[in-house]
Design a protein around this ligand. Structure first.
Ligand SMILES: [Fe+2]
Ligand SMILES: [Fe+2]
Length: 332
């Protein structure tokens, strides 16, 4: 089908890219021959170093990887692929002459997605490639949908000089606080995404209310307070965002139960939402808003010190946040 001069990728028509990595050229040629009749774009690398360079250069959809290679072994290549956020979802099929169980276990522990022992038959090879490529395509779809939401949140902020960069800052500091509180890598990542999306519901708030200079009427205030539940409804259909929904819905809840939209008591507010609540409030205090000028950072920190016992925010979170900001100021 003609694409009118646009790159085929725009139409989802590009062929999956497979990278074959093996120091033995005969094996590489054999694999290439077996995959010749399938709609794949094949690239090759003949040692671990070349493989890692090519992976970042072409971002393959799947890697067929030999284990025993000079310089960098297949184990190391596999580990590097799976430890890098950019490449961790690229499926890796280990191809080796080894039949020892220990080697298989080691490769699987490093994150390899499948294992083929030479000599293998063509049908087995292609079946495994197909199923892993299907999984990768599903993952790419989810990734694209998430990126649309992040772009939407960014576009919304960019329209308003007062909030430009707000979500990025909230995400950055929330991650620091979460790490200081000992959250694991997965929880930190959920929090980061949730923080980036926390105000996405403002897309449903009238612009004249959002940008109004001066005091808001009670009706306008009630309208603005809808943004956590609007954001929740926008993001709810996307399953991969499900763990982040509580950050979006509950970032204006208060530990004393006076927050919105659900008036949750402190014990029912998820920790991630409590972290965003603190960082979000701080960022709002130290940046200009249409209805007031920013306050000096020191004054904002004093408010947190004073409020620590009054119950708006979680004490442990406030303490971790204050410690982080103080450390940062010391190193400046
Ligand atoms: Fe908000
Ligand atoms: Fe916010």
């Amino acid at each position: 089908m003609p694409t009118g001069g646009f790159p085929a990728t725009l139409f989802g028509m590009s062929q999956p890219k497979i990278l074959i990595v093996d120091d033995n050229r005969v094996n590489v040629d054999l694999l290439k021959a077996q995959l010749k009749s399938f709609p794949y774009t094949i690239d090759t690398a003949y040692d671990g170093e070349e493989a890692l360079a090519k992976i970042h250069q072409i971002m393959p959809d799947l890697v067929l990887l030999d284990l025993m290679m000079p310089k960098i072994s297949g184990y190391e290549v596999c580990r590097a692929i799976k430890q890098d956020k950019e490449t961790q979802f690229i499926p890796v099929i280990i191809i080796t002459a080894l039949s020892e169980l220990d080697d298989k276990i080691k490769a699987i522990e490093l994150g390899a997605d499948d294992f083929l022992v030479k000599p293998f038959n063509k049908l087995e090879l292609v079946t495994r490639i197909k199923s892993l490529l299907n999984l990768k395509a599903l993952h790419d779809d989810v990734d694209r949908s998430e990126n649309i939401l992040f772009s939407l949140a960014k576009a919304l902020e960019a329209k308003d000089v007062y909030t430009r960069g707000h979500s990025d800052r909230v995400a950055h500091y929330s991650v620091q606080v979460a790490k200081a509180l000992g959250l694991d890598e997965k929880e930190v990542e959920i929090l980061r995404k949730g923080a980036l999306l926390h105000d996405i519901g403002k897309i449903g708030v009238k612009e004249d209310v959002l940008l109004k200079e001066g005091k808001l009427t009670p009706e306008e205030m009630a309208h603005i307070k809808l943004h956590p539940s609007i954001g929740y409804e926008i993001c709810k259909p996307l399953k991969s965002i499900a763990p982040c929904l509580c950050c979006i819905r509950s970032h204006h809840e208060r530990v004393d139960g006076e927050g919105y939209p659900d008036n949750l008591p402190g014990k029912d507010i998820p920790l991630s939402a409590k972290i965003i609540a603190v960082v979000d409030s701080y960022d709002a205090m130290v940046t200009d808003r249409p209805y007031r000028k920013k306050m000096p950072k020191e004054d904002a920190l004093k408010i947190f010190e004073k409020e620590k016992k009054n119950g708006q925010w979680d004490v442990t979170v406030v303490e971790a946040f204050l410690m982080m900001i103080r450390k940062q100021n010391e190193t400046k």
